[in-house]
Design a binder for this molecule. Structure first.
Ligand SMILES: Nc1ncnc2c1ncn2[C@@H]1O[C@H](COP(=O)(O)OP(=O)(O)OP(=O)(O)O)[C@@H](O)[C@H]1O
Length: 339
């Protein structure tokens, strides 16, 4: 596993006036997923490709587990970093097995027998049963299946880091959602440090432990999906993450944001367990529980405490959502930003 630390990283392309990435600093903690979002041309791909040095930074540093990537041998560096892009780029004349094997071989150290087993393990991991898929050619696969092979190949060297640039961008909505689920499942097993570029804010919310918002080469805000939704740094972030999107607020904001602690708040004591919920429940969970049980309120209590944190009611949920709507109607655009 590995932490990626960007320190004042900057890229000024030759013959351009303005840096594509401008003194960006943040950290992706090991084993976590950070999704880069932002307007087109905001520098996401440039930032990503500086990690494996497909693009050389102009200044600043990228530190992986204490080592500056600029001081590393690029071949060794790229073995430690898997890279998945939208155009999967499988070798068309090689079978699926050979495509994965060729990358596993680069990692070295595998005996032939072990190498074949490793290829099968990787195909299994990405949901392509080897008996069915090992001998197929890329043209005999759907777009989603090709993307799975791309992921197997990126994982073949067992890298600590995965860079993923719009990997599911070319897939239809249903296949895309399935691939996102698969990535989450795989990540629960492999715990890679993932830097992921996306244009799709729902994808960012689903996959990101952190979301980094970029605009015109600068990092505007980084935080968890809930932090961005609850406290967008400015009108640009608010608009980009859809902080005024009621369904998204209900889906992601925890009940702790909408507690009603007034003494006159409705007591739900006589509703028993049906009227309790955990502080991690979302506003949507709470709303559905309130509607399905008919209880006037839910008592929010964590599992390790008998002391209630407060009550939640349909009215307190509504107040929280209206408060966000109020904030959103007073946008505060950063200078020079565009949505
Ligand atoms: N090789 C290059 N030479 C000069 N300028 C470049 C080069 N590659 C990218 N740029 C510029 O750098 C800026 C950032 O580009 P980049 O591809 O990193 O943005 P992005 O956020 O990934 O965009 P998109 O979402 O459209 O893929 C853009 O203004 C782009 O025109």
């Amino acid at each position: 596993m590995a932490t990626i630390a960007f320190q004042e990283i900057t890229k000024l392309y030759p013959k351009t006036q303005k840096p594509a990435v401008d003194a960006v600093s943040f950290e992706v903690p090991e084993g976590s997923t950070c999704v880069l979002v932002g307007t087109s041309g905001s520098g996401k791909t440039t930032l990503l490709r500086m990690v494996n040095r497909l693009i050389e930074p102009t200044s600043g540093a990228i530190i992986i587990d204490g080592k500056d990537v600029l001081k590393e041998n690029t071949i060794q560096l790229r073995r430690r970093i898997g890279y998945v892009i939208q155009q999967v780029g499988l070798f068309p004349h090689m079978t699926v097995g050979e495509n994965v094997r060729v990358t596993a071989e680069i990692a070295g150290g595998w005996e032939k027998q072990r190498l074949n087993k490793r290829v099968d393990e990787l195909l299994d991991l990405v949901g392509l049963p080897p008996a069915d898929y090992r001998k197929r050619f890329p043209r005999q696969l759907s777009g989603g299946q090709q993307q799975r092979v791309g992921l197997a190949r990126a994982l073949a060297t067992d890298p600590a880091i995965l860079l993923m640039d719009e990997p599911f961008g070319a897939l239809d909505a249903i296949t895309r959602a399935r691939m996102q689920d698969e990535l989450q499942r795989i990540q629960r097993d492999v715990h890679k440090t993932i830097l992921f570029v996306s244009h799709d804010i729902d994808e960012a919310f689903k996959l990101g432990d952190q979301i980094a918002v970029m605009s015109e080469g600068k990092l505007v805000q980084i935080g968890s999906p809930v932090e961005l939704l609850a406290r967008p740094a400015n009108g640009f972030v608010s608009q980009l993450v859809g902080a005024d999107n009621t369904l998204r607020q209900l889906q992601y904001l925890p009940v702790s944001t909408a507690l009603d602690n007034r003494p006159e708040a409705v007591s739900s004591a006589h509703w028993g367990d049906a009227a309790t919920c955990s502080p991690d429940a979302t506003l949507l969970d709470a709303m559905l529980q309130l509607l399905s049980t008919g209880s006037p309120a839910l008592t929010v209590t964590s599992s390790d405490s008998t002391q209630p944190q407060g009550n939640i009611t349909l009215a307190s949920i509504n107040r929280e959502i209206s408060r966000h709507r109020g904030q959103q109607s007073q946008p505060n655009q950063p200078e020079g930003s565009h949505a």
